[in-house]
Design a protein around this ligand. Sequence first.
Ligand code: C5P
Length: 228
Amino acid sequence: QSIIAIVPAAGIGSRMGADKPKQYLMLGQQSILAHTLDALLSHKRIDKVIVALHPQDQYFKQLPQAKHPKLIQVIGGGERSDSVLAALDQAMQINANAWALVHDAARPCLRHEDINKLIASLKQYPQGAILAAPVRDTMKRSDASGLITNTVERALLWHALTPQFFPISALHNNLSQALAANASITDEASAMEWAGVRPGLVSGRVDNIKVTHPDDLQLAALFMQQAQ
Ligand code: C5P
């Protein structure tokens, strides 16, 4: 099975409050995006890595990974899902029978162990699966004033992580239709769910965090150090 990784990296990371998009902030020796790309480019089962960039991106060409023979650049869109769709358009041209492994640029601590687990889950989940983490805290629902309405049963709740792993043609089809229908699509699984597919959940490592706020950067640096 041919696998093409897709990396949405076209966000501006406004919640980070930094002077450049968060994927270009340094984490130890290199930027967040460089770490993310290394994890994917070095995996033997991944044939190509398509990265979706902001139309005004000035930083990507400076990364050593930019010239890697497996790497392809496309221009992303206004939302994460638009960026993924732009990369999927390209992936369809390369090999419509391949599988897409979609991974956020902002998750630099990804390990091969998790990629392997997700790829291996194809046997159990032939329509696709995502990495996820079981919810650990007690969950509350509130009203708009911040008062608790009720406690939500935690046992069946998960955090959706990335990578998310689906057949390229099915994902392309479902994502383009869901976006055309104005459905709320925040990850690849939600596009598949919208089309009636029930993706599998594969329990992933908890250090595969998404760098969103400044605090996350320190935590990610700690996890990266532990990996070395
Ligand atoms: O903002 P957030 O952390 O949820 O974004 C998740 C990922 O999607 C990031 O890697 C970001 O660069 C990417 N993204 C994108 N195109 C957008 C918005 C976000 O590729 N328009």
